[in-house]
Design a protein around this ligand. Sequence first.
Ligand code: UDX
Length: 481
Amino acid sequence: MRATVIGLGYVGLVTAAGVAEWGHDVVGIDGDERRVRALKAGRMPIHEPGLQDLVAAGVAAGKLRFSAPSATAIAAAQVVFVAVGTHDGNGGWQTATIRRALASIVPAMSDDATLAIRSTLPPDFIRQLPWVVNAIRQEAGRRPIPVMSNPEFTREGSAVRDFLEPDRVVIGVGHDPHGRGESMLRKVYRRVEAPVLVMGATDAALTKLGANLFLATKISFANELAQLCDAYGADINDVVAGMSHDSRIGGGFLRPGIGFGGSCLPHQVAMTVRESEEMGTPSPLFAAVETVNHRQRELFVERIVRAVGDLSGSRIALLGLTFKPDTDDLREAPALEIASALIAGGATVVAYDPMPKARSGAAEAVAGLIVVDNAMKAIVGADAIGLVTEWKEFGQLPWGAIASAVARPVIVDGRNALDPEALMAAGFEYIGFGRAGEIQALAPRAVAAAASGAEAPTPDAEPARRGSRRGTPIQAKPSGA
Ligand code: UDX
């Protein structure tokens, strides 16, 4: 198959490289000349594990190339995937970019080609898409083409694997009277072992939206449950483990903490709340999901305030800035709101993230935020440490030594990612989310360890644990697992 992908952001670039990996001939097009030049030189515009190698393999095999907008590349394609941005930069949707893109792509497409939309769009716009597209065809004196949608379910940080080994492929049919569009997309995905679900284009849009709303709901549910665990002195890890063995529930996306960020979940929850209100069918459930998510950031700040007594004049170390590990993306990153609140309260906030792009982006976005290029620089002298993103390297820090390098050994773990037993044995006060029961059970052992002057184990040193249960490892698996 010959495929052209329009828009080389997170979604488009992974799609282009993944489709090329399956042996199809792919041209990736972007209007941003600098991006195209960088990709031609082998430089990735985003940090995504495995993407650089996948792109390099596609280019080396002659299956993938990049180009500025080109009518020839569009005319030669059997399938044109569109993956342009749809956020308005202000928490809303915009369709101006995709309308502009369609106006230039659609007239140039061959009569037997298929258009497949991968961008996430409002269901209402997806419903109108066949008319929008075929009106452009008619105006250009061309025959109608199949108009399909093909929503993506890839997570940042594991996008390559999610694309190549998806749980399912969804094909949305907008206009496909002869089934040619469906058969083209089936050919593109012929190597995938997962189920291929064919449905109406609006159903496909709602599938994507529904999946993200459900994931967001699970996270806010876990955050509510964590509140109950803290109130009753229970341990959220045990509770979630006990629940997750019920096959109707499952264990994924039940990790409490500072809540969800990123380009998808917060935006889609907020837009659904706003649009359902406008349509006269308000959604109290999704409104509550959003409220709980924001409250989690406030709870994190409150826990730091409680730990240090008075923010004014205190020094707070923030570990991590990105909305999740293995990405350099700061979109809707809880870190930005948290840092701003701490600074507004009078604290000096020193933050570290392994991604240089995230460090410079955060310094630009949050007035007064100090960013440093290694974790220890942030930590030394801190009155409290706040873990914001569960980067693997934070689990491997020398916590035993750190306890004596800080002004006050307090850690607020916004991702429940660290091992409280090791930290408490090192002399830290550990504050997590829904871990009150675990902390209470560990407290006598931590006191005994401190009294005996035993060398504190580090989180990665496999300390002895209660029973056979192991503490929560830091980022042992992707958050979607
Ligand atoms: C999401 C969807 O998972 C993906 O299918 C869709 O295509 C794009 O949006 P992404 O935004 O990359 O992917 O990240 P995701 O793994 O979903 O995490 C979103 C946020 O939720 C992160 O901030 C993460 O830290 C948080 N999260 C996740 C939790 O707070 N708890 C959890 O249990 C899981």
